[in-house]
Design a protein around this ligand. Structure first.
Ligand code: NAG
Length: 325
């Protein structure tokens, strides 16, 4: 449960936090270390492959894939902020993290989460234009607009995280608080502060509303329009073809939003549940591992390009996947 270290060192300002992580027997810690290390390395390789394939295959030089490569780039950093520290903690007895280390981790993690929310919305908008407005798609989704959208996502993510961190780092922490979590997240920090954190919570709630609710509305509106458009296509083959380009994106969106929504919409409330740690494993470890797989399995163009890049680097014009498409 939550341990408030109010009594001990009431007047000492916190320089370190203790991350309790996953308290199990040490043999099991070692097992967890190897499992999470393998997942981490696999995630990096997968996402790197996606970026590599998109850059090296001219057929994938389209807005949708530029955004996808941004997403992979984002996820490589996203896991790097969490996983290495978590793995070190599995092996060592000293599970402390310095105050600055904690705030740095929180800052970058929040940046990547917020950027991902907005980026997924931008990708949904891209699919909406592609399916509902196919003739004007090249005119609307110019390189310039894509660049602006991608840069805007990163900018909004960085700014939102900055404001959140200012309010959370300003809170007064005392003693060496024990955090029942495996990384510095918003909800544990709000809960262990020794002073009233309602102002930080209010700011956090308002920003979450902007960064989660607005992109979520864009996603829902885009996919509602896409679905009604697709259902009006008379031939089932045409329906399938139109929808297949956005099915993988929809799956990724549902995965990411459903696992993070409850944690970041009401952070203080979420920490009360012990299962929060398991939910966090889903979106910090499992989702970044699954995203590239979903894209590769569901998307014929990516699959074909991947095969070409990995298996035969020769210039032999094998266009198997692309022709069927
Ligand atoms: C992100 O998207 C922009 C705009 O489409 C593109 O120019 C850029 O290369 C992408 N960056 C990465 C790392 O994929």
């Amino acid at each position: 449960m939550i341990t408030k270290v109010l009594e001990v060192d009431n007047h000492t300002v916190t320089t370190h936090f203790v991350l309790l992580g996953f308290p199990t027997r040490s043999a099991f810690q070692l097992l967890l270390f190897f499992v999470f290390l393998a997942i981490y390395l696999l995630t990096l390789v997968e996402n790197f492959l996606i970026i590599l394939v998109i850059y090296s295959d001219g057929k994938l030089h389209k807005p949708m894939y530029f955004f996808l490569s941004n997403l992979s780039f984002l996820e490589m950093w996203y896991v790097t902020v969490i996983s290495p520290k978590m793995q070190i903690d599995f092996l060592s007895h000293d599970k402390t993290i310095s105050f600055n280390g904690c705030m740095t981790q929180l800052y970058f993690f929040v940046t990547f989460v917020c950027t991902e929310y907005i980026l997924l919305a931008a990708m949904a908008f891209d699919r909406y234009v592609a399916i509902c407005n196919p003739l004007r798609y090249p005119l609307i989704m110019t390189n310039q607009l894509c660049g602006t959208l991608a840069a805007g996502c990163w900018f909004c993510g960085l700014m939102t995280a900055m404001i959140k961190i200012v309010f959370i780092a300003r809170l007064y922490y005392c003693g060496t608080p024990r955090i029942n979590h495996y990384f510095c997240d918003i909800s544990p920090l709000l809960n262990i502060s020794c002073e009233d954190s309602s102002q930080a919570e209010l700011v956090d709630f308002f920003l979450a509303l902007m960064v989660i609710a607005v992109p979520l509305c864009v996603v829902v509106a885009s996919y509602t329009t896409i679905l009604t458009t697709v259902l009006r296509i008379p031939s089932s083959q045409g329906r399938h073809k139109a929808f297949s380009t956005c099915a993988s994106h929809l799956a990724v969106v549902i995965l990411f939003y459903s696992t993070t929504l409850f944690t970041y919409a009401r952070p203080k409330l979420m920490y009360a549940y012990n299962s929060n740690k398991m939910v966090s494993v889903l979106y910090t470890v499992i989702v970044p591992l699954l995203n590239p797989i979903i894209y590769c399995l569901r998307n014929r163009e990516v699959k074909a390009a991947l095969r070409k890049t990995i298996l035969c680097k020769s210039s032999e014009p094998r266009e198997d996947g692309a022709v069927i498409n």
